[in-house]
Design a protein around this ligand. Structure first.
Ligand SMILES: NC(=O)c1ccc[n+]([C@@H]2O[C@H](COP(=O)([O-])OP(=O)(O)OC[C@H]3O[C@@H](n4cnc5c(N)ncnc54)[C@H](O)[C@@H]3O)[C@@H](O)[C@H]2O)c1
Length: 277
C-alpha cells in the first residue's frame, strides 16, 4: 500500500480538515491541534458562534497556519451545499470530516423526581435530529468529494451513551447509539462501493466537565454532584478527561496511520466502559 520506511504515517500537512460544531468546547482544542499539524482547517458552526469562530481562525492564522470559518446549519442541506462550494473554492478538496455538531438538551432528560410520562418527546426528537441527522447531512454533502478521489476519513462523535444508556439523558442516549450504528453501517457502504481509501470511524469521549453537562455534574456552588461522584467512582482514572486528551486519537484516525481501520468506535474514557467494580 505504501512504503512504511519512507513515510511519516501521521503526516497530515496540507490535508483539508472540515469540522462541524467547531466552535464548541472540544472543537476549539481540536481545530487548533489539527492546524498546528499543518492541516488546513475549516471551522463550521451556527451563525451565533461566528464571533468565536473568527477569533479561533485569527489565532490559528497568527500562529502561521491555515483556517477559515463558515456559518452553517448541519440540518440544512442547502446551506451545506453552499459551504461545500466555499470550501472547494478556498482549498480545492476535503480530506477529513469531523462530525462534532451535537449535544444534549435539558428538556430531553428525565430528572430523578420525574418519570418518562413527563418527558418532552419533541425535545427528544430535536436531540436525535441534531446528533444523528446533523451527522448524516454533512456526510452526504461532503463525502462526494472523497468518493470522487477514492480517499477520505470521516470521524463521527459518539459518547459513552453509544454503548450503554446513562440515566436521565433519554434523547442523547438514543441519538448517540444511532450515530454509532450509522458509523458502522457507513463503513461498509463506502468501502464496498468506493474502495478501501474511504474510512468512517467514531471517537467516543468519556466524561469531560464541559458546558454541555455542567448542570448535571456540578452544583451551583461548583461542588461535584452525586452523579459526578458515581461517574468518578466508576472511572479507573478517577478524574474527568480533558479535551486535549482526545486529539491524539483523532489525529490517528485522520491520518494514514489508521489506514486499515474503519467502522470502529474509539473510546477515550479513562477506562469507564471497561470497568465494573
Ligand atoms: N463535552 C463532552 O463531555 C462530550 C462527551 C462525549 C461526546 N461529546 C460530543 O462531542 C461533540 C462536541 O461536544 P462539545 O462539548 O464541544 O459541545 P458544545 O456544545 O461545546 O459544541 C457543540 C457545537 O455545535 C454547534 N451546533 C449546534 N447545533 C448546530 C447546528 N445545527 N449546525 C451547526 N453547528 C451546530 C454549537 O453551536 C456548538 O458550537 C458533540 O457531538 C458532543 O455530543 C461531548
Amino acid at each position: 500500500m505504501f512504503d512504511i520506511t519512507m513515510k511519516d504515517l501521521f503526516d497530515i500537512k496540507g490535508r483539508v480538515v472540515v469540522m462541524t460544531g467547531a466552535c464548541g468546547v472540544l472543537g476549539e482544542t481540536i481545530v487548533k491541534y489539527f492546524a498546528a499539524q499543518g492541516a488546513k482547517v475549516v471551522l463550521m458552526d451556527l451563525a451565533r458562534a461566528a464571533e468565536t469562530g473568527k477569533r479561533i481562525v485569527g489565532e490559528i492564522k497568527d500562529a502561521g497556519e491555515e483556517a477559515m470559518f463558515l456559518e452553517t446549519d448541519v440540518l440544512d442541506k442547502v446551506v451545506l451545499e453552499k459551504n461545500l462550494a466555499d470550501i472547494l473554492a478556498a482549498y480545492g478538496t476535503i480530506d477529513v470530516l469531523l462530525n462534532a455538531a451535537g449535544g444534549n438538551m435539558a428538556a430531553a432528560t428525565v430528572p430523578p423526581d420525574r418519570t418518562i410520562f413527563d418527558l418532552d418527546v419533541e425535545a427528544v426528537r430535536k436531540v436525535v435530529d441534531l446528533n444523528l441527522f446533523g451527522t448524516i447531512y454533512p456526510t452526504v454533502v461532503f463525502a462526494k468529494v472523497m468518493t470522487d478521489k477514492g480517499k477520505g476519513s470521516i470521524i463521527n462523535f459518539c459518547s459513552e451513551t453509544s454503548f450503554r444508556p446513562l440515566t436521565r439523558v433519554a434523547g442523547y442516549g438514543c441519538a448517540k447509539a444511532a450515530v454509532a450504528s450509522w458509523t458502522k453501517y457507513l463503513c461498509g457502504e463506502l468501502a464496498m462501493k468506493f474502495g478501501d481509501g474511504l474510512r468512517v470511524n467514531a471517537i467516543a469521549p468519556g466524561f469531560l466537565l464541559t458546558n454541555q453537562n455542567r448542570s448535571l455534574l456540578t452544583n451551583p456552588d461548583g461542588s461535584l454532584t452525586e452523579r459526578s461522584h458515581k461517574i468518578l467512582g466508576h472511572t479507573p482514572f478517577g478524574r474527568f478527561l480533558e479535551p486535549d486528551e482526545l486529539v491524539g486519537t483523532l489525529h490517528w484516525l485522520a491520518s494514514d496511520a489508521s489506514a486499515g481501520v474503519t467502522g470502529t468506535i474509539n473510546l477515550v474514557d479513562g477506562g469507564f466502559e471497561s470497568f465494573s467494580i
